[in-house]
Design a protein around this ligand. Sequence first.
Ligand code: F6R
Length: 243
Amino acid sequence: MQVIIFDNAQDVAQSAAEWVAELINKKSNPVLGLATGSTPISLYKALVNKHKAGQINFNQTTTFNLDEYLGIDEQNKQSYRHFMNENLFNHVDIDKNKTFLPTCNQGENPRKQGLAYEDKIANAGGIDLQILGIGANGHIGFNEPTSSLASRTRIKTLSQQTLNDNSRLFAADEFQPTLAMTMGIATILDARYVLLMATGKNKAKAVKDMVTGALSAACPASALQMHENAIVLLDKEAASELE
Ligand code: F6R
């Protein structure tokens, strides 16, 4: 695991954007794994700026998101599809038919849908670079603590801590989903490179557990200790509990 500490969150985003740009410019038909949440928003802004400056094009890129809520459709402003459209896809030259999220259609077998997502990733050639955030409880994707380190794309129930952490994004009278379809930990570990971004003091404990703690399902992000190309980009606050 390569841990790089920056002065501030903006520098974390700039560095992450350089990694993505390098992949996209080097490889034909690159496959990117994407995350939602607050942390990667500044990465997506930096990528949009690079695209507008003529430094990167996304027209050959395929993307797979980590997760998507259950119980809301993609037109819903809270869906991760909507998030990706608003923060990245609508502002660059990506073919939306090559952007995928692990949706779960009602009435269809969820297990089969999870495995179909895995097949789609494999058929695209596998993920070259997976962007990750980290939950304050150490989750990656929506693999909450105690998730199997061998897990594949499936439905997960969100933990109370995740629901509390994310309630800031929902109005008081708005439906907040408690279930999500998420790539598993083994799915994430299959990516050729993983790039985890963490900023802010509230991530410091999870970062410490991920980097210096035991490899354990109690901190799903600790599974990245087993990945040969895991890059962890931190600001000083997120790194503040590392010795
Ligand atoms: C999002 C995701 C989550 C977030 C994590 C951190 O697709 O899979 O694991 O990366 O919850 O979220 P933020 O960045 O909002 O703190």
